[in-house]
Design a protein around this ligand. Structure first.
Ligand SMILES: Nc1ncnc2c1ncn2[C@@H]1O[C@H](COP(=O)(O)OP(=O)(O)OP(=O)(O)O)[C@@H](O)[C@H]1O
Length: 652
């Protein structure tokens, strides 16, 4: 990681401007603003160049190392930043007497390249401008609005930009002249020849070691270094009030200010502490997008901030100094950009393709197939299991239904028995009552006259009506113990919520017959005998009925036991059912998982196939490129040889 190098350059004051005491002092690399906005605000930079400094001095101290690094394979960017008319273009391009950074760098690149004993270089140049947020190729007339693309191999690049292979500084300077002619300049109140666009002069420097490993192994000597050197002349920020811009100039000014603002934002963000940094808005302008590697990326960067010394520009100066001090805090991470030579790349790609093929055709595909087969089998098994469970479930459901039916039947039988038992009990009670009372004619009872009350099914409701029994003077009152039967709880217990109409509970019509005292005295022994017989008969009947009642009770108990058993069975069946459901859910989830895995494997296989196709394609493309590169290199070498023969003094 290394910081961006930042220098401040003061342009000489314009002769016409009223010179007064300067509002700042310069002490070595430190600038102190004396009064604005607060007294003694200081900024320290890598270099501060005063009005006497030449472009050559600036180049030597700030840019030369960058150019040397570019020849070693590091990306490099140098740009001039500052308000309009502060001397950016002068710094970058200079004059006849004082050539600027661009021509000096071009000379230096070729000089250094020629001096290199162990590497040979291939240099391409391009020249573009960003005018009103559109990219124009300055080396090709009419080539405007070029798009920015991004790829893994090339990173961010301007599609369709002409790249000229160059072999000498003069050739480049000629191209620069051509570009300058195409560049947008315009007159403003501040500058007679104001740059209305940002220009980027780019050199792509490729180099490889002169001795190639004769064994043909893939070594670092096979690597090609490719670095990009950007020399940027920015348009200057301008205050419309000062430039007096209108119409086209005004529109240009707005685009210029906007893109410089984005540049400022990017620098601000990058200079923030890592945690607070957040999103860097490179994409907000074409300038920052193209310069992205130079701003916090893989490049060495130098910035020359130009300042107009006049007091009237103090605000702009302060702004430039703030930008510069922020930029000073930005760190880049430059590294040598090496790519393998085509031959080495071919070798490596062949190996990779072979590896992939082996993976596909060999054991790997076998394993894959096995996995797929296993998964299919598993899936089939789980399907069968699922079907079996469904059948089982159906059987269980049917069994449960038949059990429930059984329970209902049994319940019905219990209810019938209970009702029967109750009516027997009631009848017996009445008979007992009759036997212990007056001359009730119990033996006159007809079975139909003493019947179980009508029962209407109505859950949880007990209704008892007794509307007219009191009116029937002929009827005996309801026996006391029978009245207990009509008690709500008991009825509920017996009838399980059936309703009854107590009027239906017809007390047998026991007609009272009055005997005269004479009749009683005459027939008494006979009557007593008859009564005894009746009593005996009734007792026998009672004991029979008691037995019957006990038997019914036993039956009821047995049925209740059965009923409980059935309930338990039902509960256990329900439990089994829920377990089966859970099993089915698990199986279903497993099945889905397997299907997902299968799809994933399929995708992987597809991806591998595509990769192989891509590699094959790249392989054939590289083959073609290698051939053309070889032909081109041969031509260049021939050119160089002939050039050396004709102009030997250039290389001295
Ligand atoms: N260091 C310098 N020595 C001599 N002349 C200079 C110097 N710097 C700038 N100038 C002169 O000042 C004028 C404005 O300079 P220049 O055009 O380079 O400014 P600029 O910052 O590029 O302006 P703009 O942003 O408008 O393009 C030019 O005439 C230029 O020759």
């Amino acid at each position: 990681m290394e910081n961006i190098s930042v220098a401040i350059r003061f342009r000489p004051p314009i002769p016409s401007s009223s010179s007064s005491d300067l509002p700042w002092t310069v002490d070595s690399n430190r600038i102190t603003l004396l009064a604005f906005p607060v007294p003694n605000l200081s900024f320290t930079f890598d270099h501060v160049f005063d009005r006497t400094s030449t472009n050559a001095t600036i180049y030597g101290l700030l840019v030369r190392s960058l150019i040397r690094s570019a020849l070693d394979g590091f990306n490099g960017t140098a740009f001039a930043y500052g308000q309009t008319s502060s001397g950016k273009t002068f710094t970058m391009y200079g004059s006849e007497d004082d050539p600027g950074i661009v021509p000096l760098a071009v000379q230096d690149v070729f000089r250094t390249a020629r001096m290199s004993a162990d590497r040979e270089f291939l240099i391409r140049v391009s020249y573009m401008e960003i005018y009103n947020e559109e990219i124009n190729d300055l080396l090709t007339l009419g080539s405007q609005k070029l798009p920015i693309h991004e790829s893994l191999e090339r990173g961010v690049f301007v599609a369709g930009l002409r790249e000229e292979i160059v072999s000498s500084a003069e050739q480049v300077l000629e191209l620069l002249k051509l570009g300058e002619a195409n560049r947008h300049f315009g007159e403003t109140n501040m500058n007679a020849r104001s740059s209305r666009s940002h220009t980027i002069f780019r050199m792509v420097i490729e180099s490889s070691a002169k001795d190639v490993n004769s064994f043909g192994d893939v070594t670092s000597a096979d690597a090609i270094r490719v670095s990009v050197l950007n020399l940027v002349d920015l348009a200057g920020s301008e205050r419309i009030a000062k430039t007096g811009a209108g119409g086209v100039r005004l529109k240009e000014g707005k685009y210029i200010n906007k893109s410089l603002m984005v540049l400022g934002n990017v620098i601000n963000k990058l200079s923030d502490n890592g945690k607070q940094r957040g999103h860097i808005p490179y994409r907000d302008s074409k300038l920052t997008r193209i310069l992205q590697p130079a701003l916090g990326g893989n490049a060495k960067t130098s910035i020359i901030c130009t300042v107009a010394p006049e007091e009237v520009h103090i605000e702009e100066t302060r702004g430039t100094l703030h930008f510069a001090s922020r930029a000073k805090r930005v760190t880049n991470c430059a590294q040598i950009n090496e790519v393998l030579t085509d031959a080495a790349l071919l070798k490596r790609q062949k190996l990779e393709i072979e590896e992939l093929r082996r993976k596909l055709q060999g054991s790997h595909s076998g394993v894959l197939e096995q996995v797929v087969l296993k998964q299919r089998n598993d899936m089939h098994k789980s399907e069968l299991e699922r079907e079996r469970l469904i059948v089982e479930l159906e059987e269980e459901r049917k069994a449960r239904e038949s059990l429930a039916h059984c329970i209902r039947e049994q319940q019905k039988r219990i209810d019938d028995l209970t009702i029967r038992t109750t009516s027997d009990h009631a009848a017996r009670s009445i008979q007992k009552l009759g036997a212990g009372g007056t001359y009730d004619e119990v033996n006159m009872l007809h079975p139909d006259e003493f019947r179980t009350p009508d029962l209407k099914q109505m859950s949880n409701v007990f209704v008892a009506r007794r509307s007219n029994c009191s009116k029937d003077l002929d009827s005996s009152p309801i026996p006391e113990n029978f009245a207990n039967i009509a008690d709500e709880d008991l009825w509920m217990r017996l009838n399980k919520g059936c309703t009854t109409d107590l009027d239906m509970l017809q007390t047998p019509r026991i007609k009272r017959r009055s005997f005269s005292s004479r009749e009683i005295s005459l027939d008494q022994p006979f009557q007593e005998e008859a009564i005894d017989r009746k009593c005996e008969r009734l007792e026998i009947q009672c004991s029979l009925e008691r037995q019957q009642l006990e038997t019914s009770e036993e039956q009821r108990m047995i049925l209740e036991c059965e009923c409980n058993q059935l309930r338990e069975e039902k509960a256990s069946l329900l439990q089994t059912l829920s377990i089966s459901k859970q099993d089915i859910d698990i199986l279903r989830a497993e099945k889905e998982e397997l299907v997902k895995e299968l799809n994933l494997e399929k995708q992987m296989m597809k991806g591998l196939k595509e990769e192989i196709q891509l590699f094959s394609l790249a392989f054939s493309q590289r083959e073609g490129l290698l051939t053309s590169l070889y032909t081109k290199s041969k031509a260049i070498v021939e050119n160089l040889k002939s050039f050396q023969v004709t102009t030997p003094e250039l290389y001295d």
